[in-house]
Design a protein around this ligand. Structure first.
Ligand SMILES: [Zn+2]
Length: 335
């Protein structure tokens, strides 16, 4: 996957350049206000472009309360579309001096999954990057992005969560909150991040979640941020409360609690969020002792589906590229 990702990134640049000269040379290309799409057919490129713009608008309203301004440079999207392709995607961008630029996005899967899961997931990454202008904790980023996927994909993450929790792959919350990078065993970060984001969003809505993450980023005090936004003493206590909730089959929160939360504008994402509740009534064994924190330093030495790349900006300053935010393909395995 890593090799493939590098190929995709290179191809995206080449095709975006070529598309200005010869739009039909390699694949069909389509340009919208904020995206340049390369896809196998013109109809697909247009459909993906239209959906990308719609998600960019609707999801920004959902998360931030209003649409994003137009980007100064469009985000290239390269789409591999085939019925048998596992759904997945990667988005990379660069933060520098509070700005975000250098977008690239690769997406793959069936047309249906690209439109209903991969695209909204990857677009949410770009919305968070545009809003925060700095990297988010991976659990908070991937977790939130997964909440906008199709219920089928979210149910799959929930099944994976149960599997991870019952096979010793759970990540203790204090460690997960401290993680700045993807751990070597990356899938539990997605399943747990998704479940926790869902738990918090069902209790406070998307806007409060965004405010909570922003507070944690600026204060660098996640315990305080949990306390201020969710009246939770800290990550360890939140882990206990969350685990009890998972054991009970993830019941919907009491109506009074939801009513007290800031209201979300009605929209496709809100209705999606309410459709997935109570998806797993199965009993859950106790969370095993958290494994030793996966050493972040060890990540680079292990095979990973995430690519790290160093970039150099025009003025010659070395810049640490943000590793792509990636939706693991359905058939991807970290090892
Ligand atoms: Zn992602």
């Amino acid at each position: 996957m890593q090799d493939g990702l590098f190929v995709h990134r290179v191809a995206a640049i080449v095709i975006a350049t070529l598309s200005l000269l010869a739009p039909t040379a390699l694949a069909a290309g389509h340009r919208t206000a904020n995206f340049i799409i390369e896809a196998p057919t013109d109809a697909l490129a247009r459909r993906i472009g239209s959906a990308a713009e719609q998600y960019r608008h609707d999801l920004a309203v959902e998360w931030l309360g209003g649409p994003l301004p137009r980007w100064s440079r469009p985000c290239p999207i390269q789409a591999q579309v085939a019925p048998q392709l596992g759904a997945g995607g990667a988005t990379s961008f660069v933060f520098d001096s509070g700005e975000v630029f250098g977008w690239t996005m690769t997406i793959q899967g069936s047309e249906e999954r690209i439109i209903d899961s991969v695209l909204p997931h990857e677009i949410t990454h770009t919305i968070f990057a545009s809003h925060y202008r700095r990297p988010l904790p991976r659990w908070a980023d991937e977790g939130a992005c997964t909440t906008v996927e199709h219920p089928v994909e979210r149910a799959r993450q929930h099944r994976l969560l149960i599997e991870h929790l019952t096979t010793g792959r759970g990540i203790a919350f204090p460690e997960m909150f401290a993680m700045r990078e993807y751990p070597a065993d990356v899938l539990p970060l997605y399943s747990q991040g998704y479940s926790l984001a869902r738990y918090l969003i069902e209790r406070g809505g998307r806007r409060r979640y965004v405010a909570f993450v922003g507070d944690g980023l600026t204060s660098d005090d996640w315990t305080g941020a949990l306390n201020r936004h969710y009246r939770m003493p800290g990550p360890a206590q939140l882990q206990q409360v969350w685990l009890d909730w998972v054991r009970q089959g993830c019941p919907a929160p009491p109506a009074a609690l939801v009513a007290a939360a800031p209201s979300n504008p009605a929209g496709p994402v809100s209705s999606m969020a309410s459709a997935v509740r109570g998806q797993s009534p199965e009993p859950l064994p106790a969370m095993p002792p958290a494994p030793a924190a996966p050493a972040v330093a060890a990540v680079a030495g292990r095979r990973s589906i995430y690519a790290l790349q160093a970039r150099r900006v025009p003025n010659g300053e070395p810049l640490a590229d943000q590793p792509p935010h990636q939706t693991p393909a359905d058939d991807a395995a970290p090892e």
